[in-house]
Ligand binder design. Structure first.
Ligand code: ATP
Ligand code: MG
Length: 589
Protein backbone atom coordinates (compact mmCIF):
# COMPACT_ATOMS: atom_id res chain seq x y z
CA UNK A 1 0.00 0.00 0.00
CA UNK A 2 2.89 2.36 0.65
CA UNK A 3 4.43 4.32 -2.16
CA UNK A 4 6.99 2.45 -4.21
CA UNK A 5 10.51 3.60 -3.38
CA UNK A 6 11.86 5.92 -6.01
CA UNK A 7 15.26 5.35 -7.58
CA UNK A 8 18.16 7.00 -5.80
CA UNK A 9 19.30 10.33 -7.14
CA UNK A 10 23.00 10.36 -7.88
CA UNK A 11 25.22 12.85 -6.09
CA UNK A 12 28.92 13.56 -5.64
CA UNK A 13 29.20 11.19 -2.69
CA UNK A 14 27.69 8.30 -4.64
CA UNK A 15 30.11 9.07 -7.46
CA UNK A 16 33.05 8.86 -5.03
CA UNK A 17 31.77 5.62 -3.51
CA UNK A 18 31.22 4.03 -6.90
CA UNK A 19 34.74 4.98 -7.95
CA UNK A 20 36.18 3.58 -4.69
CA UNK A 21 34.33 0.31 -5.19
CA UNK A 22 35.27 0.10 -8.87
CA UNK A 23 38.97 0.74 -8.21
CA UNK A 24 39.04 -1.82 -5.42
CA UNK A 25 40.04 0.82 -2.86
CA UNK A 26 37.17 -0.54 -0.79
CA UNK A 27 35.40 -3.85 -1.15
CA UNK A 28 32.43 -2.56 0.82
CA UNK A 29 31.44 0.68 2.46
CA UNK A 30 30.92 1.54 6.10
CA UNK A 31 29.22 4.79 7.07
CA UNK A 32 28.02 6.08 10.42
CA UNK A 33 25.52 8.48 11.88
CA UNK A 34 27.21 10.22 14.83
CA UNK A 35 24.73 12.28 16.86
CA UNK A 36 25.54 13.85 20.16
CA UNK A 37 22.85 12.80 22.69
CA UNK A 38 22.21 16.41 23.68
CA UNK A 39 18.78 16.92 22.14
CA UNK A 40 16.15 15.38 19.92
CA UNK A 41 16.78 14.83 16.23
CA UNK A 42 15.36 17.23 13.67
CA UNK A 43 14.68 17.26 9.95
CA UNK A 44 18.33 18.13 9.23
CA UNK A 45 19.40 14.98 11.04
CA UNK A 46 16.81 13.07 9.02
CA UNK A 47 18.67 14.17 5.91
CA UNK A 48 21.94 12.87 7.36
CA UNK A 49 20.30 9.62 8.50
CA UNK A 50 18.75 8.98 5.09
CA UNK A 51 22.11 9.70 3.49
CA UNK A 52 24.27 7.51 5.72
CA UNK A 53 21.87 4.59 6.17
CA UNK A 54 20.61 4.92 2.61
CA UNK A 55 24.12 4.62 1.14
CA UNK A 56 24.82 1.56 3.26
CA UNK A 57 21.60 -0.03 2.00
CA UNK A 58 22.16 0.85 -1.62
CA UNK A 59 25.76 -0.37 -1.72
CA UNK A 60 25.21 -3.39 0.56
CA UNK A 61 27.45 -1.89 3.19
CA UNK A 62 27.03 -1.10 6.87
CA UNK A 63 26.04 1.95 8.83
CA UNK A 64 26.87 2.41 12.50
CA UNK A 65 24.98 4.46 15.02
CA UNK A 66 27.58 6.09 17.22
CA UNK A 67 26.89 8.51 19.99
CA UNK A 68 29.38 11.31 20.22
CA UNK A 69 29.17 11.46 24.00
CA UNK A 70 32.16 13.62 24.86
CA UNK A 71 30.31 16.52 26.46
CA UNK A 72 28.82 14.98 29.61
CA UNK A 73 27.00 18.01 31.00
CA UNK A 74 24.70 18.33 28.05
CA UNK A 75 24.01 14.69 27.39
CA UNK A 76 21.34 12.40 28.74
CA UNK A 77 19.99 8.88 28.49
CA UNK A 78 16.62 10.30 27.47
CA UNK A 79 18.17 11.94 24.42
CA UNK A 80 20.14 8.81 23.55
CA UNK A 81 16.98 6.69 23.76
CA UNK A 82 14.93 9.10 21.69
CA UNK A 83 17.59 9.15 18.97
CA UNK A 84 17.55 5.36 18.68
CA UNK A 85 13.75 5.35 18.55
CA UNK A 86 13.72 8.05 15.90
CA UNK A 87 16.27 6.30 13.66
CA UNK A 88 14.21 3.10 13.83
CA UNK A 89 10.97 4.96 13.27
CA UNK A 90 12.49 6.47 10.13
CA UNK A 91 12.95 2.90 8.95
CA UNK A 92 16.64 2.25 9.51
CA UNK A 93 18.64 -0.22 11.56
CA UNK A 94 22.28 0.25 12.47
CA UNK A 95 24.87 -2.47 12.16
CA UNK A 96 25.39 -4.42 15.39
CA UNK A 97 25.21 -2.72 18.75
CA UNK A 98 24.88 0.99 19.31
CA UNK A 99 28.37 2.43 19.61
CA UNK A 100 29.55 5.16 21.92
CA UNK A 101 32.60 7.34 21.65
CA UNK A 102 32.96 6.67 25.37
CA UNK A 103 33.61 2.99 24.52
CA UNK A 104 36.94 4.28 23.21
CA UNK A 105 37.93 6.53 26.13
CA UNK A 106 40.73 4.19 27.21
CA UNK A 107 42.05 3.86 23.65
CA UNK A 108 41.75 7.58 23.09
CA UNK A 109 43.81 8.14 26.21
CA UNK A 110 46.50 5.74 24.98
CA UNK A 111 46.57 7.45 21.59
CA UNK A 112 47.07 10.78 23.34
CA UNK A 113 50.02 9.27 25.20
CA UNK A 114 51.36 8.14 21.83
CA UNK A 115 51.13 11.70 20.50
CA UNK A 116 52.94 13.03 23.58
CA UNK A 117 55.70 10.47 23.14
CA UNK A 118 56.09 11.55 19.53
CA UNK A 119 56.45 15.15 20.68
CA UNK A 120 53.13 15.99 19.03
CA UNK A 121 51.11 16.95 22.09
CA UNK A 122 51.77 18.96 25.23
CA UNK A 123 50.11 19.98 28.45
CA UNK A 124 49.34 23.67 28.54
CA UNK A 125 48.74 25.76 31.67
CA UNK A 126 47.51 28.94 30.00
CA UNK A 127 44.18 30.22 31.28
CA UNK A 128 41.30 30.17 28.80
CA UNK A 129 41.62 33.97 28.43
CA UNK A 130 45.34 33.74 27.73
CA UNK A 131 44.74 30.94 25.30
CA UNK A 132 42.30 33.06 23.38
CA UNK A 133 44.87 35.85 23.30
CA UNK A 134 47.63 33.56 22.08
CA UNK A 135 45.41 32.03 19.46
CA UNK A 136 45.56 35.09 17.18
CA UNK A 137 42.85 36.02 14.73
CA UNK A 138 41.83 35.27 11.19
CA UNK A 139 44.25 37.94 10.04
CA UNK A 140 46.94 37.52 12.62
CA UNK A 141 49.06 34.47 13.42
CA UNK A 142 48.94 33.12 16.95
CA UNK A 143 51.96 32.78 19.19
CA UNK A 144 53.40 29.80 20.97
CA UNK A 145 52.44 29.06 24.52
CA UNK A 146 55.34 29.29 26.96
CA UNK A 147 54.51 25.68 27.93
CA UNK A 148 54.82 24.40 24.38
CA UNK A 149 58.36 23.12 24.76
CA UNK A 150 57.82 21.00 27.84
CA UNK A 151 59.72 17.72 27.73
CA UNK A 152 57.99 14.49 26.79
CA UNK A 153 58.56 13.21 30.33
CA UNK A 154 56.99 16.25 31.92
CA UNK A 155 54.03 16.08 29.53
CA UNK A 156 53.50 12.39 30.23
CA UNK A 157 53.60 13.04 33.94
CA UNK A 158 51.23 16.02 33.82
CA UNK A 159 48.78 14.28 31.50
CA UNK A 160 48.69 11.25 33.79
CA UNK A 161 48.06 13.53 36.74
CA UNK A 162 45.32 15.34 34.81
CA UNK A 163 43.69 11.95 34.39
CA UNK A 164 44.18 11.12 38.05
CA UNK A 165 42.31 14.20 39.14
CA UNK A 166 45.21 16.15 40.61
CA UNK A 167 44.25 19.44 38.98
CA UNK A 168 41.19 21.64 39.06
CA UNK A 169 38.72 21.80 36.19
CA UNK A 170 40.08 24.02 33.45
CA UNK A 171 43.53 24.33 35.06
CA UNK A 172 45.32 22.50 32.27
CA UNK A 173 44.59 21.08 28.84
CA UNK A 174 46.34 18.73 26.48
CA UNK A 175 46.99 20.33 23.09
CA UNK A 176 48.22 19.04 19.78
CA UNK A 177 51.50 20.60 18.72
CA UNK A 178 50.80 21.65 15.15
CA UNK A 179 51.29 25.25 14.05
CA UNK A 180 50.28 28.45 15.84
CA UNK A 181 50.74 30.38 12.59
CA UNK A 182 48.50 28.17 10.48
CA UNK A 183 45.99 30.13 8.41
CA UNK A 184 43.51 27.50 9.57
CA UNK A 185 42.72 28.33 13.18
CA UNK A 186 41.73 24.70 13.79
CA UNK A 187 45.39 23.77 13.40
CA UNK A 188 46.70 26.29 15.94
CA UNK A 189 47.49 23.71 18.57
CA UNK A 190 43.90 22.57 19.15
CA UNK A 191 42.88 21.27 22.53
CA UNK A 192 42.66 17.46 22.65
CA UNK A 193 41.65 16.97 26.29
CA UNK A 194 40.21 19.13 29.01
CA UNK A 195 39.60 18.54 32.71
CA UNK A 196 35.95 18.35 33.58
CA UNK A 197 34.48 16.82 36.68
CA UNK A 198 31.14 15.91 35.24
CA UNK A 199 29.09 12.78 35.64
CA UNK A 200 28.96 10.92 32.34
CA UNK A 201 25.87 8.95 31.29
CA UNK A 202 27.97 5.90 30.44
CA UNK A 203 31.25 6.12 32.31
CA UNK A 204 29.91 7.80 35.43
CA UNK A 205 32.74 9.40 37.42
CA UNK A 206 35.45 7.18 36.00
CA UNK A 207 37.01 10.02 34.01
CA UNK A 208 37.65 13.62 34.88
CA UNK A 209 39.32 14.40 31.58
CA UNK A 210 37.31 14.28 28.39
CA UNK A 211 38.57 14.20 24.81
CA UNK A 212 37.47 16.92 22.39
CA UNK A 213 35.09 16.19 19.56
CA UNK A 214 37.55 16.57 16.66
CA UNK A 215 40.11 14.34 18.28
CA UNK A 216 37.52 11.73 19.24
CA UNK A 217 35.61 11.68 16.01
CA UNK A 218 38.36 10.76 13.58
CA UNK A 219 39.75 8.07 15.89
CA UNK A 220 36.30 6.58 16.48
CA UNK A 221 35.75 6.50 12.72
CA UNK A 222 39.07 4.77 12.21
CA UNK A 223 38.51 2.21 14.97
CA UNK A 224 35.19 1.28 13.42
CA UNK A 225 36.64 0.96 9.93
CA UNK A 226 34.45 3.70 8.52
CA UNK A 227 35.23 4.19 4.84
CA UNK A 228 33.33 7.40 4.12
CA UNK A 229 32.84 9.82 6.99
CA UNK A 230 30.11 12.20 5.92
CA UNK A 231 29.47 15.44 7.71
CA UNK A 232 28.15 18.91 7.13
CA UNK A 233 30.16 21.70 5.54
CA UNK A 234 31.06 23.55 8.73
CA UNK A 235 33.52 20.72 9.32
CA UNK A 236 35.39 21.31 6.10
CA UNK A 237 38.02 23.37 7.89
CA UNK A 238 38.36 20.66 10.49
CA UNK A 239 39.31 18.08 7.90
CA UNK A 240 43.05 18.94 8.05
CA UNK A 241 42.91 18.21 11.77
CA UNK A 242 40.97 14.99 11.19
CA UNK A 243 43.73 13.90 8.82
CA UNK A 244 46.56 15.19 11.03
CA UNK A 245 45.44 13.10 13.99
CA UNK A 246 45.10 9.92 11.94
CA UNK A 247 48.34 10.53 10.01
CA UNK A 248 50.22 10.72 13.27
CA UNK A 249 48.79 7.68 14.98
CA UNK A 250 49.47 4.02 14.32
CA UNK A 251 45.95 3.11 13.23
CA UNK A 252 45.80 1.16 9.99
CA UNK A 253 42.50 2.64 8.85
CA UNK A 254 42.22 6.22 7.62
CA UNK A 255 38.63 7.09 6.72
CA UNK A 256 38.01 9.95 4.33
CA UNK A 257 35.82 12.84 5.38
CA UNK A 258 33.42 14.36 2.87
CA UNK A 259 31.25 17.36 3.56
CA UNK A 260 27.80 18.22 2.29
CA UNK A 261 25.60 21.22 2.94
CA UNK A 262 23.27 21.39 5.90
CA UNK A 263 19.57 21.34 5.30
CA UNK A 264 17.73 24.48 6.30
CA UNK A 265 13.96 24.69 6.04
CA UNK A 266 12.04 27.90 5.52
CA UNK A 267 9.87 29.11 8.40
CA UNK A 268 11.61 26.90 10.92
CA UNK A 269 15.00 26.34 12.51
CA UNK A 270 17.40 23.41 12.38
CA UNK A 271 19.60 24.14 15.35
CA UNK A 272 19.40 21.85 18.35
CA UNK A 273 20.45 24.66 20.63
CA UNK A 274 17.59 26.89 19.49
CA UNK A 275 15.07 24.08 19.56
CA UNK A 276 16.14 23.39 23.13
CA UNK A 277 15.57 27.04 23.92
CA UNK A 278 12.01 26.82 22.56
CA UNK A 279 11.40 23.81 24.80
CA UNK A 280 13.05 25.30 27.89
CA UNK A 281 11.22 28.59 27.55
CA UNK A 282 7.96 26.68 27.05
CA UNK A 283 7.26 28.37 23.76
CA UNK A 284 6.22 24.96 22.50
CA UNK A 285 4.76 22.07 24.48
CA UNK A 286 7.92 19.96 24.21
CA UNK A 287 10.34 18.35 21.77
CA UNK A 288 7.38 16.50 20.30
CA UNK A 289 5.19 19.53 19.77
CA UNK A 290 3.74 18.98 16.29
CA UNK A 291 4.99 22.40 15.22
CA UNK A 292 8.58 21.43 15.92
CA UNK A 293 10.80 20.30 13.02
CA UNK A 294 11.98 17.44 15.22
CA UNK A 295 11.39 13.88 14.12
CA UNK A 296 9.24 13.49 17.24
CA UNK A 297 7.22 16.56 16.37
CA UNK A 298 6.75 15.55 12.77
CA UNK A 299 5.74 12.07 13.86
CA UNK A 300 3.18 13.40 16.31
CA UNK A 301 1.84 15.69 13.64
CA UNK A 302 1.25 12.70 11.37
CA UNK A 303 4.18 12.84 8.94
CA UNK A 304 5.14 9.38 7.68
CA UNK A 305 8.66 7.92 7.61
CA UNK A 306 8.11 7.15 3.93
CA UNK A 307 7.22 10.78 3.24
CA UNK A 308 10.27 12.08 5.10
CA UNK A 309 12.54 9.67 3.24
CA UNK A 310 11.04 10.76 -0.05
CA UNK A 311 11.68 14.37 0.95
CA UNK A 312 15.32 13.54 1.62
CA UNK A 313 15.55 11.90 -1.79
CA UNK A 314 14.09 14.95 -3.49
CA UNK A 315 16.31 17.55 -1.84
CA UNK A 316 19.42 15.58 -2.74
CA UNK A 317 22.94 15.98 -1.43
CA UNK A 318 25.41 18.58 -2.61
CA UNK A 319 27.83 21.19 -1.41
CA UNK A 320 25.73 24.15 -2.39
CA UNK A 321 23.32 25.94 -0.09
CA UNK A 322 20.37 23.75 0.83
CA UNK A 323 17.58 26.07 1.98
CA UNK A 324 14.39 24.31 1.13
CA UNK A 325 10.85 25.52 1.00
CA UNK A 326 8.41 23.91 3.42
CA UNK A 327 6.26 23.14 0.36
CA UNK A 328 8.78 20.48 -0.70
CA UNK A 329 8.48 18.66 2.62
CA UNK A 330 4.72 18.99 2.77
CA UNK A 331 4.43 17.88 -0.85
CA UNK A 332 6.29 14.65 -0.13
CA UNK A 333 4.15 13.97 2.96
CA UNK A 334 0.92 14.78 1.16
CA UNK A 335 1.70 12.49 -1.76
CA UNK A 336 2.43 9.63 0.57
CA UNK A 337 -0.74 10.19 2.61
CA UNK A 338 -2.82 10.48 -0.52
CA UNK A 339 -1.99 6.86 -1.28
CA UNK A 340 -2.48 5.39 2.16
CA UNK A 341 -4.81 7.45 4.34
CA UNK A 342 -8.45 6.33 4.59
CA UNK A 343 -10.87 9.13 3.81
CA UNK A 344 -13.63 10.14 6.14
CA UNK A 345 -15.69 13.25 6.74
CA UNK A 346 -15.27 15.77 9.51
CA UNK A 347 -16.68 19.20 10.19
CA UNK A 348 -14.54 21.91 11.69
CA UNK A 349 -17.00 24.81 11.69
CA UNK A 350 -20.49 23.36 11.73
CA UNK A 351 -23.71 24.80 10.31
CA UNK A 352 -26.87 22.89 11.15
CA UNK A 353 -29.05 21.58 8.32
CA UNK A 354 -32.55 20.21 8.75
CA UNK A 355 -33.80 17.86 6.06
CA UNK A 356 -37.49 18.63 5.80
CA UNK A 357 -38.35 15.57 3.70
CA UNK A 358 -36.14 13.11 5.59
CA UNK A 359 -38.82 10.40 5.74
CA UNK A 360 -37.56 7.27 3.97
CA UNK A 361 -33.99 8.49 3.44
CA UNK A 362 -31.27 5.84 3.60
CA UNK A 363 -27.63 5.62 4.60
CA UNK A 364 -25.05 4.21 2.25
CA UNK A 365 -21.84 2.27 2.38
CA UNK A 366 -18.78 4.05 1.09
CA UNK A 367 -15.19 3.10 0.35
CA UNK A 368 -12.52 4.44 2.66
CA UNK A 369 -10.38 5.16 -0.37
CA UNK A 370 -11.33 5.52 -4.02
CA UNK A 371 -8.29 3.57 -5.26
CA UNK A 372 -7.50 1.30 -2.35
CA UNK A 373 -10.38 -1.15 -1.99
CA UNK A 374 -8.42 -3.15 0.59
CA UNK A 375 -8.92 -0.28 3.03
CA UNK A 376 -12.53 -1.41 3.21
CA UNK A 377 -15.84 0.36 3.59
CA UNK A 378 -17.95 1.92 6.27
CA UNK A 379 -21.52 3.00 6.68
CA UNK A 380 -22.07 6.74 6.18
CA UNK A 381 -25.10 7.53 8.34
CA UNK A 382 -27.75 9.98 7.20
CA UNK A 383 -30.18 11.84 9.44
CA UNK A 384 -32.90 14.45 9.72
CA UNK A 385 -30.33 16.84 11.10
CA UNK A 386 -26.95 17.26 9.50
CA UNK A 387 -23.84 19.36 9.92
CA UNK A 388 -22.16 20.96 6.98
CA UNK A 389 -19.14 23.26 6.96
CA UNK A 390 -20.39 26.81 7.54
CA UNK A 391 -18.38 28.21 4.67
CA UNK A 392 -19.97 25.74 2.25
CA UNK A 393 -23.04 27.95 2.31
CA UNK A 394 -23.24 31.50 0.95
CA UNK A 395 -26.37 33.58 0.89
CA UNK A 396 -24.91 35.87 -1.74
CA UNK A 397 -22.38 33.67 -3.47
CA UNK A 398 -19.54 34.93 -5.64
CA UNK A 399 -19.50 34.04 -9.34
CA UNK A 400 -18.52 30.41 -9.98
CA UNK A 401 -19.90 29.27 -6.61
CA UNK A 402 -20.29 25.50 -6.69
CA UNK A 403 -21.38 24.99 -3.12
CA UNK A 404 -24.67 25.58 -1.38
CA UNK A 405 -26.79 28.70 -1.73
CA UNK A 406 -30.45 29.56 -1.34
CA UNK A 407 -32.44 27.69 -3.94
CA UNK A 408 -29.32 25.89 -5.18
CA UNK A 409 -28.43 22.20 -5.17
CA UNK A 410 -25.28 20.28 -4.23
CA UNK A 411 -24.41 16.64 -3.82
CA UNK A 412 -23.79 15.53 -0.25
CA UNK A 413 -20.75 13.29 -0.45
CA UNK A 414 -21.71 9.60 -0.55
CA UNK A 415 -25.36 10.63 -0.24
CA UNK A 416 -28.24 12.60 -1.78
CA UNK A 417 -28.51 15.75 -3.83
CA UNK A 418 -29.85 18.41 -1.51
CA UNK A 419 -31.51 21.76 -2.15
CA UNK A 420 -31.47 24.68 0.24
CA UNK A 421 -34.96 26.07 0.69
CA UNK A 422 -34.51 28.45 3.57
CA UNK A 423 -31.81 30.05 5.70
CA UNK A 424 -32.79 30.61 9.33
CA UNK A 425 -31.09 33.56 11.04
CA UNK A 426 -30.59 34.66 14.60
CA UNK A 427 -31.31 38.16 15.94
CA UNK A 428 -27.98 39.44 14.61
CA UNK A 429 -28.74 38.26 11.10
CA UNK A 430 -26.27 35.37 11.24
CA UNK A 431 -27.35 32.20 9.46
CA UNK A 432 -27.74 29.53 12.15
CA UNK A 433 -29.61 26.79 10.31
CA UNK A 434 -30.51 25.74 6.79
CA UNK A 435 -33.75 24.03 5.89
CA UNK A 436 -33.18 21.76 2.96
CA UNK A 437 -34.85 19.01 1.00
CA UNK A 438 -33.28 16.01 -0.68
CA UNK A 439 -34.06 14.45 -4.03
CA UNK A 440 -34.86 10.91 -2.93
CA UNK A 441 -34.02 9.67 -6.39
CA UNK A 442 -30.35 10.62 -6.25
CA UNK A 443 -28.78 8.09 -3.88
CA UNK A 444 -25.94 6.60 -5.89
CA UNK A 445 -27.23 8.07 -9.15
CA UNK A 446 -27.36 11.36 -11.01
CA UNK A 447 -30.47 13.50 -10.84
CA UNK A 448 -32.87 13.40 -13.81
CA UNK A 449 -32.75 16.23 -16.31
CA UNK A 450 -30.17 18.48 -14.61
CA UNK A 451 -26.54 18.58 -13.64
CA UNK A 452 -25.42 19.18 -10.06
CA UNK A 453 -21.77 20.16 -10.01
CA UNK A 454 -20.84 20.81 -6.42
CA UNK A 455 -20.10 18.16 -3.81
CA UNK A 456 -19.81 19.01 -0.13
CA UNK A 457 -19.11 16.86 2.90
CA UNK A 458 -21.51 16.49 5.82
CA UNK A 459 -22.19 14.56 8.99
CA UNK A 460 -25.38 13.21 10.49
CA UNK A 461 -25.76 15.23 13.65
CA UNK A 462 -27.08 12.30 15.67
CA UNK A 463 -24.14 10.10 14.73
CA UNK A 464 -21.26 12.57 14.65
CA UNK A 465 -18.71 12.43 17.45
CA UNK A 466 -17.15 15.51 18.98
CA UNK A 467 -13.41 15.80 18.52
CA UNK A 468 -10.70 18.21 19.46
CA UNK A 469 -9.03 19.31 16.27
CA UNK A 470 -5.63 20.98 16.38
CA UNK A 471 -4.80 23.11 13.38
CA UNK A 472 -1.12 23.80 12.95
CA UNK A 473 0.53 26.52 10.99
CA UNK A 474 4.14 27.53 10.39
CA UNK A 475 6.12 28.06 13.58
CA UNK A 476 7.72 31.33 12.49
CA UNK A 477 6.41 34.31 10.58
CA UNK A 478 9.59 34.90 8.59
CA UNK A 479 11.18 32.46 6.12
CA UNK A 480 14.62 32.45 7.69
CA UNK A 481 14.41 32.80 11.46
CA UNK A 482 17.84 31.14 11.71
CA UNK A 483 19.42 33.44 9.14
CA UNK A 484 21.48 35.39 11.67
CA UNK A 485 23.32 32.25 12.56
CA UNK A 486 24.07 31.40 8.99
CA UNK A 487 25.31 34.85 8.20
CA UNK A 488 27.55 34.79 11.24
CA UNK A 489 28.91 31.47 10.03
CA UNK A 490 29.42 32.64 6.49
CA UNK A 491 31.38 35.68 7.64
CA UNK A 492 34.01 33.28 8.91
CA UNK A 493 34.76 32.92 5.16
CA UNK A 494 36.51 29.61 4.76
CA UNK A 495 37.28 29.41 8.44
CA UNK A 496 34.98 27.58 10.79
CA UNK A 497 34.44 29.00 14.28
CA UNK A 498 37.27 27.88 16.54
CA UNK A 499 35.51 24.96 18.15
CA UNK A 500 38.44 23.49 19.95
CA UNK A 501 39.17 26.22 22.41
CA UNK A 502 37.91 26.15 25.95
CA UNK A 503 35.38 28.65 27.17
CA UNK A 504 36.13 31.08 29.95
CA UNK A 505 34.54 28.72 32.47
CA UNK A 506 37.04 26.06 31.61
CA UNK A 507 34.55 24.04 29.61
CA UNK A 508 35.14 23.54 25.95
CA UNK A 509 32.56 24.72 23.51
CA UNK A 510 31.65 22.46 20.68
CA UNK A 511 28.73 24.46 19.46
CA UNK A 512 28.93 24.82 15.73
CA UNK A 513 27.35 28.23 15.80
CA UNK A 514 28.75 31.47 16.98
CA UNK A 515 27.38 32.83 20.19
CA UNK A 516 27.23 36.34 18.81
CA UNK A 517 23.62 36.07 17.68
CA UNK A 518 21.41 36.69 20.66
CA UNK A 519 18.81 34.02 20.74
CA UNK A 520 15.89 36.23 21.57
CA UNK A 521 16.05 37.44 17.97
CA UNK A 522 14.53 34.34 16.48
CA UNK A 523 11.89 34.02 19.22
CA UNK A 524 10.55 37.44 18.31
CA UNK A 525 9.42 35.90 15.03
CA UNK A 526 7.42 33.03 16.48
CA UNK A 527 4.01 32.81 14.85
CA UNK A 528 1.37 33.52 17.53
CA UNK A 529 -1.22 31.76 15.35
CA UNK A 530 0.78 28.57 14.84
CA UNK A 531 -1.78 26.54 16.78
CA UNK A 532 -5.56 26.80 16.78
CA UNK A 533 -7.56 24.28 18.79
CA UNK A 534 -11.14 23.90 17.64
CA UNK A 535 -14.04 21.72 18.66
CA UNK A 536 -15.19 19.81 15.59
CA UNK A 537 -17.12 16.72 14.64
CA UNK A 538 -16.06 13.47 13.02
CA UNK A 539 -17.66 10.38 11.52
CA UNK A 540 -18.42 7.77 14.14
CA UNK A 541 -16.35 5.15 12.29
CA UNK A 542 -13.14 6.73 13.68
CA UNK A 543 -14.30 6.22 17.26
CA UNK A 544 -11.86 3.44 18.12
CA UNK A 545 -8.91 4.62 16.06
CA UNK A 546 -5.60 3.98 17.80
CA UNK A 547 -3.24 6.86 18.48
CA UNK A 548 -1.23 7.75 15.37
CA UNK A 549 -3.94 6.74 12.92
CA UNK A 550 -3.96 8.87 9.82
CA UNK A 551 -6.99 9.99 7.85
CA UNK A 552 -7.86 12.32 5.10
CA UNK A 553 -10.75 14.47 6.26
CA UNK A 554 -12.33 15.06 2.91
CA UNK A 555 -11.74 18.58 1.60
CA UNK A 556 -10.02 19.62 4.85
CA UNK A 557 -6.63 17.93 4.85
CA UNK A 558 -4.75 15.03 6.38
CA UNK A 559 -5.14 14.45 10.09
CA UNK A 560 -3.61 12.10 12.60
CA UNK A 561 -4.89 11.02 15.99
CA UNK A 562 -2.64 12.49 18.65
CA UNK A 563 -0.04 10.11 20.09
CA UNK A 564 -0.42 11.45 23.61
CA UNK A 565 -3.87 12.89 24.18
CA UNK A 566 -6.16 10.87 21.91
CA UNK A 567 -8.13 8.10 23.62
CA UNK A 568 -9.69 5.40 21.47
CA UNK A 569 -13.38 5.24 22.34
CA UNK A 570 -12.97 8.33 24.53
CA UNK A 571 -11.69 11.83 23.94
CA UNK A 572 -10.82 12.09 20.27
CA UNK A 573 -7.95 14.38 19.34
CA UNK A 574 -6.79 14.99 15.80
CA UNK A 575 -3.76 16.93 14.59
CA UNK A 576 -3.81 18.45 11.15
CA UNK A 577 -0.77 17.02 9.42
CA UNK A 578 -0.99 18.99 6.21
CA UNK A 579 -3.66 20.69 4.14
CA UNK A 580 -4.83 19.12 0.89
CA UNK A 581 -3.34 21.83 -1.24
CA UNK A 582 -0.14 23.68 -0.93
CA UNK A 583 -0.72 27.05 0.65
CA UNK A 584 2.96 27.71 1.31
CA UNK A 585 4.34 28.39 -2.10
CA UNK A 586 1.54 30.87 -2.68
CA UNK A 587 2.85 32.74 0.31
CA UNK A 588 -0.26 32.67 2.47
CA UNK A 589 -0.35 31.11 5.90
P1 ATP B 1 25.57 20.14 17.72
O1 ATP B 1 26.76 19.29 17.32
O2 ATP B 1 25.83 21.59 17.64
O3 ATP B 1 24.91 19.71 18.99
P2 ATP B 1 24.37 19.07 15.34
O4 ATP B 1 23.10 19.51 14.70
O5 ATP B 1 25.62 19.05 14.56
O6 ATP B 1 24.47 19.93 16.62
P3 ATP B 1 24.86 16.30 15.89
O7 ATP B 1 24.19 15.44 16.88
O8 ATP B 1 26.32 16.52 16.03
O9 ATP B 1 24.09 17.66 15.94
O10 ATP B 1 24.52 15.80 14.43
C1 ATP B 1 24.65 14.47 14.00
C2 ATP B 1 24.86 14.44 12.52
O11 ATP B 1 23.79 15.08 11.83
C3 ATP B 1 26.13 15.17 12.12
O12 ATP B 1 26.86 14.35 11.23
C4 ATP B 1 25.65 16.41 11.46
O13 ATP B 1 26.54 16.83 10.46
C5 ATP B 1 24.29 16.01 10.90
N1 ATP B 1 23.41 17.17 10.81
C6 ATP B 1 23.07 17.99 11.82
N2 ATP B 1 22.29 18.99 11.38
C7 ATP B 1 22.13 18.81 10.05
C8 ATP B 1 21.43 19.52 9.02
N3 ATP B 1 20.74 20.62 9.28
N4 ATP B 1 21.49 19.03 7.76
C9 ATP B 1 22.17 17.91 7.51
N5 ATP B 1 22.84 17.20 8.41
C10 ATP B 1 22.84 17.63 9.68
MG1 MG C 1 27.54 18.19 15.73
Amino acid sequence: MSSTPQPAVSNFIRTIIEADLASGKHSGIVTRFPPEPNGYLHIGHAKSICLNFGLAQDYHGKCNLRFDDTNPEKESEEYAQSIQDDVRWLGFQWDGEVRWASDYFEQLYQFAVELIKKGLAYVDDLTPEQMREYRGTLKQAGKNSPYRERSVEENLDLFRRMKNGEFADGARVLRAKIDMASPNINLRDPVLYRIRRAHHIRTGDQWCIYPMYDYTHCISDALEGITHSLCTLEFEDHRPLYDWVLDNLAIPCHPRQYEFSRLELHYTITSKRKLLQLVNEKRVSGWDDPRMPTIRGMRRRGYTPEGIREFARRIGVSRSENIVDMAVLEGAIREDLELRAPRVMAIINPLRVTITNFEGAQAREADFHPNQPELGKRFVPFGKELYIEADDFAETPPADWKRLTLGGEVRLRHSYVVRCDEAVKDATGKVVELRCSIDHDTLGKNPEGRKVKGVIHFLSRAHALPAEIRLYDRLFTIPEPGAMTRRAQASGAGMAPPRLFPQADGSASIVSETDSDKDTDFCAHLNPASLAVVQGWVESCVKDAAPETRYQFERLGYFCTDRCDHQPGGKLVFNRTVTLKDSWSRGQP
